[in-house]
Design a protein around this ligand. Structure first.
Ligand code: SF4
Ligand code: SF4
Length: 436
């Protein structure tokens, strides 16, 4: 493994019995004081807002993002990263064995076959096709329902297709990419919102056209396997990410086909076409953390996909979960980040480089440092900023759920409890394989 922070030490799978009872006693006492229930949502009850602008300072000068400036895209054209940084790990060493590498590749099967391309290319590929995949036939007449009933049907169907959370919002032009960029072919083109177009289409000059009547965005959250994620930055952590990407492609394409079967247009998308995190925030699915990621209502261990449609839907409201208040004092992701990419400072409106999205008051992540580490890590990527976050605990352990309830109350003190109980340390790959 490349050199990482001193505090990021390996651990055996799980937490020790001694620490379990130690921590359980402490959080139980705190819970009694706070009179909190030990079941329910992962994150404390949320206060709602009418718009994202009530929760975040967004500059009037904010500019839409060009996908070409996204960090992965820059690795294809920015001379600063050509030739790319060399790996510093030894293939075959613990955490980088044939077994681990095979798992990393196979976990992305749905995401990276059928031409889908992980959803981090430019969209309109494979399962993310902007036109019908032929699974659900269009009806003679479009299905008619009031927006509330339609939203309920979408959420019900999504739940039984193993989608972990759904929020609905409207297209905000600020989050639409100005341009798309295909990392494979290096082609690029404009993205246009059109009031005259009736269907999504690609013009001869490569412009991708989204009709403005497709004004609804269904945002989908997909949980990643936490034990796999906890092995990051080993290759198995990357496998956890790939499971997430496969679930995204499956989930978004299934919802899109459902909507087409109802007689409406649908664009399924991964990381392409529009910025997923602000849409998820608008859709009431979470807040932005210090780690630059969505701290969702079901924790941060999620990936996001979305479906843009003209099916009339009832929308959800943004929520204030108190995450940013907790992030102020927590800083655990910054401490544990192997590349030092996460800020320990205050929120600001200026990022580190062109891959950041200036003009919003938040914590920016130095994605250049992050991406260089990914290369040094032999293509195993990294997801430590999710694995180490105290908000993120596996389901099924009452102490974990209780810890999540206590996070907003204990503030930075919870990090001490979290460390004390052994959370956030790297799970060794060989322990992952031993624990069935
Ligand atoms: S993914 Fe990047 S920002 Fe997150 S912990 Fe790893 S190196 Fe740091
Ligand atoms: S680790 Fe702490 S500071 Fe980082 S995102 Fe999670 S709660 Fe916020």
């Amino acid at each position: 493994m490349p050199e990482s922070n001193e505090s990021t030490k390996k651990q055996s799978y799980g937490i020790s019995r001694r620490n379990f009872f130690k921590g359980a006693g402490l959080v139980a006492a705190a819970s009694a004081m706070a009179q909190l229930p030990i079941t329910g949502n992962n994150i404390a009850e949320a206060a709602t807002a009418n718009s994202i602008d009530e929760l975040y300072e967004i500059s009037k000068d904010y500019k839409q993002f060009n996908q070409k400036n996204e960090m992965f895209a820059r690795m294809e054209w920015d001379t600063k990263f050509i030739p790319p940084p060399k790996p510093t790990i030894t293939p075959g060493s613990p955490g980088y064995t044939v077994l681990d590498i095979a798992a990393g590749g196979a976990a992305g099967t749905v995401a990276n076959t059928l031409g889908t391309g992980f959803g981090w290319r430019s969209g309109n590929e494979g399962l993310y096709s902007w036109s019908s995949l032929g699974a659900a036939k269009p009806p003679q007449e479009p299905w008619k329902a009031d927006p509330a009933e339609a939203s309920k049907a979408i959420k019900r169907f999504a739940h039984d297709n193993r989608i972990d959370a759904v929020g609905i919002t409207t297209v905000d032009p600020r989050w639409v990419y100005t341009d798309w960029f295909h990392r494979g072919t290096k082609e690029s083109g404009k993205i246009e919102l059109s009031s005259t177009a009736d269907k999504p289409e690609i013009k001869e000059d490569g412009t991708k056209v989204i009709p403005t009547k497709m004004k609804y965005v269904i945002v989908l959250l997909h949980r990643m396997p936490f034990e796999m994620v906890s092995t990051s930055p080993y290759v198995l952590g990357h496998a956890g990410t790939q499971v997430g990407y496969s679930l995204m492609a499956y989930g978004a394409s299934t919802i899109a086909e459902f909507i087409r079967g109802l007689g409406y247009n649908a664009i399924p998308a991964g990381n392409d076409t529009m910025l997923s995190i602000p849409l998820a925030i608008q859709a009431g699915l979470g807040e932005l953390g210090r780690n630059g990621l969505l701290m969702s209502t079901i924790g941060p261990n999620v990936r996001i996909s979305k479906v843009i449609t003209d099916l009339p839907l009832a929308t959800d409201k943004p929520v204030n979960l108190g995450v940013r208040d907790f992030c102020e004092s927590c800083k655990k992701c910054a401490r544990e980040c192997p590349s030092g990419a996460i800020s320990e400072g205050d929120m600001t409106t200026e990022g580190f480089n062109i891959s950041n999205n200036d003009g919003i008051k938040k914590w920016y992540v130095d994605c250049e440092k992050c991406r260089v580490f990914w290369n040094e890590n032999g293509g195993a990527g990294c997801i430590r900023c999710i694995a180490t976050c105290p908000y993120n605990k596996p389901e099924g352990y009452w102490t974990h759920e209780l810890g999540n309830k206590l996070a907003p109350i204990l503030g930075g003190g919870l990090v001490t409890v979290d460390d004390w109980m052994g959370y956030g340390k790297i799970v060794e790959s060989e322990d992952y394989w031993k624990n069935q």
